[in-house]
Ligand binder design. Sequence first.
Ligand code: ADP
Ligand code: MG
Length: 327
Amino acid sequence: ARLANQIAAGEVVERPASVIKELIENSLDAGATNVHIEVEKGGIKKIRISDNGCGIAKEELTLALSRHATSKIKDLSDLEAINSLGFRGEALASISSVARLTLTSKPKEQATAWQATAEGRDMEVSVKPAAHPDGTSIEVLDLFFNTPARRKFLRTEKTEFHHIDEVIRRIALARFDVSFTLTHNGKLIRQYRLATNQAQYAKRVAMVCGQKFIDNAIEVECQHDNMTLTGWLAKPSFARSQNDLCYSYVNSRMMRDKLINHAIRQAYADLLPHDAYPAFVLFLTLDHADVDVNVHPAKHEVRFHQSRYVHDFIFSVCQQALQSELT
Ligand code: ADP
Ligand code: MG
């Protein structure tokens, strides 16, 4: 069982940052409004994510650690209208096959918390009582301790931490309604507080992208048919030499989508030097039926059913916003 899970882990678990992404997504799927992320030594030594989500019942703990166990899809047709971030039931099994994973959880309805660990070649799960508030904590120690070849690919503590920070930025922009804290080696590095109005959203964006970005950004908000585009678009004068401030979301999921990027770039067309990148934080929302987000969950690509239409919408909203700035 461990070997099969390790092979699957090759796809999901590349480095500490990918572990953290999977675990935070689970917390969000569980409806958490507070997520604490603690890491030590770039996440290689320790990752601990605690949330105040719905928790996992004692009887479900063992299942949660086994492969292809997901509580999120009941039948195949659910795949079509999928709303949760995870649905393949692979993350926990994969992670626990390449690290020492401990799952501690307490659903509100349950009087006490329970803790589960999977160990050994057969990934035998042992469950014992524990102390924990409502919600779930997952601790991941010594990532890749049993797969030295993979461990070798890890970079310095600093680089790995940089990747973690970036993953959390992306998620923090997607979910203003959730607070996140990040500590590294016992030091508080990021604190994204709950944001519930436009001013607070802008404040969070400033924390993630820098005050300069917000000071130089045009606010966008446009609706057409069933599509909405909102967010911030940097003025052309705030051109970047890298594409390090390009955040686009489709129905709250972070995307790196060619069509979206193309539409935005085209809107900036003659306004930016050839070798410069625009900066933006943009949220596209449209009917779940009009978009296929499951093309590849790790690749951040989507398939729009009416791609030309979506492209032109994004292009014209951005172009108009940029033009209005010029006049
Ligand atoms: P998936 O997210 O694809 O369902 P995972 O391996 O990531 O698969 O998680 C397995 C299951 O464990 C989930 O379906 C969910 O029921 C449960 N789970 C994992 N993390 C949490 C959490 N933080 N809070 C509540 N339930 C969780
Ligand atoms: Mg998951």
